[in-house]
Design a protein around this ligand. Structure first.
Ligand code: ADP
Length: 475
């Protein structure tokens, strides 16, 4: 089959979160299973064209955006792993420091930027005669592609057999724009309806994907159920319930080559303690968190817990960036706890690896977590997750019971600092039990989070799609 992936971030080119990891791994896994793969992403400033040997394949194309026309270029490279990567180039839209915005907020022209990207993907496929069986779209930045396929592009012969799959990586990011944005997308006002793109008086790119895609997936079974409820549905639970027969939960994997644990965990811990100016002592529990610093990640319930642990003999390392309000809080926390806490307000893949590898426990207090990769990476490194039992965290971590020696981590249910602290304390207690801890670490390292099983599930879905009629809500 010919399968096209369209997404706003893809490793090894650009990453702000787990989406990029998935797009770096899944297409390659499907390629290994014998299929022809192309991956599309915008050409951001951070992409090194020379390094990956990108060359232009379309020198100039034009796309109408409202009353204006925007032109762009397309670059292509075949990656060393055999996957074809395409970059949509429009310097004014994409050659910026951030992918979606700055610490102060989203770029005001994200509607134009991503409407352009999505149309450009379809135009490129047509121009290069790439005839996809499946276009697999990811999150709001590609939510309109399924809509285009059923409307403005439905008569193009190249897409006659094309089916769309839309994956929800995070329902909290919806790409909602004022109604004025509708002309930019090229759609007429007949699509500005509750059962189509309208969402509380706005136009929602995400909703487009939810309504018009031929099949929906999300990144864990638990999250697939949660998003059909009022608590986690972000206002879209109605649409999602309607689609429950075509909504599948498939948990992400992690790239086992990228996340290959080092032989000595104790040496990693020593190094990490030194790097952070902490007392070098294998007996002091070392807790870490690597996270986008946003509400979803449970930063609010973390802050009071840090107060508590600063009074105990526990060390703590944080790596993260996100909302400015949290940056300030953590700068203060860092000042107060020098020699005990290591706080890094930045994005640094190398440091992330050292933290996963050197910590004893990693914290995942998320309010909601569609899948979460951090806990799987931690488990692979023998670093024990302390996590809220939600979404993918609940699906991938089993509570450890010292009596039976079964389980891989520590879970808490209620979204409160008290419940979180309770789980942290429990983990510290087990850490001090010389018999239980090595068993727990062993269990963690033996859990399988390779992509193999999940990639096969996606492939089954693609194959099923190619042979069945669309069951989208709007045709
Ligand atoms: P999300 O996509 O919601 O941010 P995930 O757990 O799915 O959450 O993926 C987050 C990924 O980004 C993980 O691979 C994590 O290690 C990485 N990450 C998050 N923050 C940072 C950071 N500041 N520096 C380096 N890596 C980070």
């Amino acid at each position: 089959m010919k399968i096209v992936y369209a997404a706003s971030e893809v490793l090894p080119f650009a990453k702000t979160g787990g989406l990029a990891d998935v797009l770096g791994a899944l297409p390659y896994e499907i390629h290994l299973l014998g299929h022809e793969i192309s991956v599309f992403m915008p050409r951001y400033k951070c992409v090194n064209l020379e390094k990956w040997k990108f060359t232009p394949v379309i020198d100039r194309f034009e796309i109408p955006l409202g009353t204006e026309k925007e032109s762009g270029r397309v670059f292509k490279a075949t990656l060393p792993n055999g996957v074809d990567a395409y970059l949509i180039d429009h310097p004014e839209f994409f050659m910026r420091d951030g992918l979606y915005g700055t610490a102060l907020g989203d770029y005001p022209d994200n509607d134009r930027r991503f409407a352009f990207f999505q149309k450009a993907v379809l135009e490129t496929l047509d121009a290069l005669n790439l005839k996809p069986d499946i276009i697999h779209c990811h999150d709001w930045q590609t939510g309109l592609i399924p809509v285009y396929l059923k409307t403005l592009y439905s008569s193009r012969p190249i897409f006659k057999k094309t089916k769309s799959v839309f994956t929800i990586h995070n329902l909290g990011y919806q790409g909602n724009f004022p109604p004025d944005s509708l002309p930019i997308t090229g759609f007429g006002w007949e699509l500005f309806k509750l059962e189509k793109l309208e969402f509380y008086g706005k136009i929602s790119f995400l909703k487009g994907g939810l309504v018009y895609s031929d099949l929906l997936t999300t990144v864990s079974e638990r999250y697939a159920k949660e998003i059909q409820t009022k608590e986690f549905g972000c206002g879209l639970e109605g649409v999602l319930s309607k689609r429950r027969d075509t909504l599948y939960g498939i948990v992400n994997g992690i790239d086992y080559e990228e996340w290959d644990p080092v032989p000595s965990k104790s040496a990693s811990k020593t190094e990490l303690q030194k790097e952070n100016g902490l007392k070098v002592d294998p007996k002091i529990p070392l807790l870490g968190i690597i996270s986008r610093l946003v509400d979803q990640k449970g930063i609010d319930i973390l802050i009071p817990v840090l107060e508590e642990i600063s009074r105990s003999e526990i060390q703590f390392v944080l790596l993260g960036t996100g909302e400015e309000k949290y940056h300030q809080v953590f700068r203060d926390v860092a000042k107060k706890n020098r020699g005990k806490f290591g706080i890094h307000i930045l994005f640094d893949a190398g440091m992330a690896k050292r933290i996963y590898s050197g910590c004893d426990m990693m914290l995942f207090p998320s309010y909601y977590e569609p899948c979460g990769l951090g806990q799987m990476i931690a488990l692979r490194f023998g670093t024990i997750p302390v996590a809220r039992a939600t979404g993918g965290l609940a699906d991938t971590i089993q509570e450890f019971h010292p009596e039976t020696g079964q389980g891989t981590g520590f879970l808490f249910e209620e979204y409160t600092s008290d419940a979180f602290l309770g789980a942290v304390k429990k983990s510290v207690l087990v850490f001090q039990q010389e018999k239980s801890w090595p068993r727990l670490v062993k269990n963690a390292m033996e859990a399988d989070f390779s992509w193999t099983a999940s990639a096969k599930k996606y492939l089954q879905i693609y194959e099923m799609m190619a042979h069945t009629k669309s069951r989208s809500l709007e045709k």
